[in-house]
Design a protein around this ligand. Structure first.
Ligand code: DAH
Length: 345
């Protein structure tokens, strides 16, 4: 092997490596090419192995030459590698680039349901007067929903509410008044309870729905009278409707209160002059209330000669409809966003 031929062979090898390296499209492919030349079984290594076939005196020069070749190829691959990596990075950055001028995706903001807004407001108002929240079960026994509230099985007042029965003894509660009994069985007076919850009745028209919400109130202590009820109601309507709202009590009947009253509030739209909302009367009925019947106290082991109390119950949907001028209760369960978006807490 003469020197000239060796030089020629080596030059060809460099060119061949260069061409193959330039064809490599990414750093992985380039690495594969590098292995073909500089790897353990690569062409340069094979060349080095040929040294043993040479005469002793030729070996140092040959070794030097192959090492120079190796260095040259290493330099070549290093340079190309840097270029390929740069290209890859530029490609990656381009594919990940963000167009900051593009309009953002809009997120719809939710709002509280009007029934929730009114319920929260009621809780705020009564919590401010020292009431504590008690929540009873939605499936009730006949005893808590009716009998203990002085409404035994054959009592005509049972017809006031069309009941969904689950079994002979179990029903979907028709009124949150059931909570009065549950709480009085558990807690001795003084009591100031507020009990919100769902109630169910077989009833369905523009102002009635088979499921709706009530807010029950109960106060029991020594010397509680109807005057305490009226004073508290005046405070309540001022906070709920308007500073100038007034109340009016009309005699009514509920089995669990004696005397019983319907409570009207002066119309917050016309101020009492008469308008479509109050049907020209200036007054709007908002809740039922009364002095707790002695029998109810007795049923709960509370001595009616020592303690007395008042109770009240209202429909939350009804209050929401009055407050916001909603004329059909169905709007409250349809979940139409165009309707719901109008209510801001
Ligand atoms: N529970 C009655 C109803 O659903 C409302 C009611 C009236 C509750 C008078 C009371 C009350 O606590 O004293 O129609």
């Amino acid at each position: 092997m003469d020197t000239e031929q060796k030089d020629f062979e080596q030059e060809a090898l460099v060119r061949e490596a260069e061409e193959a390296a330039l064809r490599a499209e990414d750093s992985r492919a380039l690495y594969e090419v590098k292995l073909q030349y500089l790897g353990k079984t690569g062409k340069v290594t094979a060349l080095m192995k040929r040294m043993k076939d040479l005469a002793q005196e030729l070996r140092p020069a040959f070794g030097k030459q192959v090492n120079a070749l190796r260095e040259k190829l290493e330099g070549l691959f290093d340079g190309l590698e840097a270029r390929v990596r740069e290209r890859e990075m530029a490609k990656k950055l381009a594919s990940e680039s963000v167009d900051v001028t593009m309009p953002g995706r809009r997120r719809e903001r939710g709002a509280l349901h009007p029934v929730t807004i009114v319920k929260n407001r009621l809780i705020d108002i009564f919590a401010g007067m020292g009431f504590e929240i008690f929540e009873g079960p939605e499936i009730e026994t006949d005893y808590y929903n009716f009998t203990a509230l002085n409404t035994p099985a054959d009592h005509p007042a049972r017809d006031m509410q069309d009941t969904f029965y689950v079994s002979d003894n179990l029903l979907l509660r028709t009124q949150t008044s059931a909570g009065q009994i549950r709480l009085m069985e558990r807690k001795k007076p003084p009591i100031k309870m507020l009990s919100p919850g769902r109630v169910f009745r077989s009833d369905d028209d523009a102002t009635h729905s088979p499921m709706f919400h009530q807010m029950e109130g109960l106060v029991v202590d020594r010397g509680i009278t109807l005057c305490d009820l009226q004073g508290m109601l005046d405070e309540f309507v001022k906070a709920m409707f308007s500073e100038t709202s007034k109340t009016r009590l009309r005699p009514s009947y509920f089995p669990f209160t004696e005397p019983s009253v319907e409570v009207d509030v002066s119309c917050h739209v016309c101020g009492g002059k008469g308008c479509p909302l109050c049907k020209g009367t200036g007054w709007i009925e908002v809740l039922g209330a009364g002095v707790v019947n002695r029998r109810v106290l007795q049923n709960c082991g509370v001595d009616p000669d020592v303690y007395s109390g008042f109770a009240f119950g209202m429909g939350i949907e009804r209050i929401a409809m009055l407050k916001y001028g909603i004329n059909n209760i169905k709007l409250l369960t349809e979940n139409d966003v165009r309707f719901l978006a109008q209510f801001k807490d």
